[in-house]
Ligand binder design. Structure first.
Ligand code: SF4
Length: 56
């Protein structure tokens, strides 16, 4: 199990405002994340969301 500040090098992430971000590097600290979409027919990266996001 990853600690809160331990980067998971399998999950790159730029969302530093997320409480799950490792902080010192550009990675998530979770072991696993859930990705979803808010669109009925997603066609671009902007159509997808990290549903594991938690506001810092
Ligand atoms: S939970 Fe999602 S948004 Fe938050 S740091 Fe991890 S990958 Fe990024």
């Amino acid at each position: 199990m990853s600690g809160k500040n331990t980067p998971n090098y399998n999950i790159r992430c730029h969302v530093t405002k997320c409480a799950n971000h490792c902080g010192q590097e550009d990675y998530c600290a979770l072991d696993c994340v859930c990705i979803g979409t808010h669109e009925s027919d997603p066609s671009a990266p902007e159509c997808t969301d990290c549903q594991s996001f938690i506001k810092k």
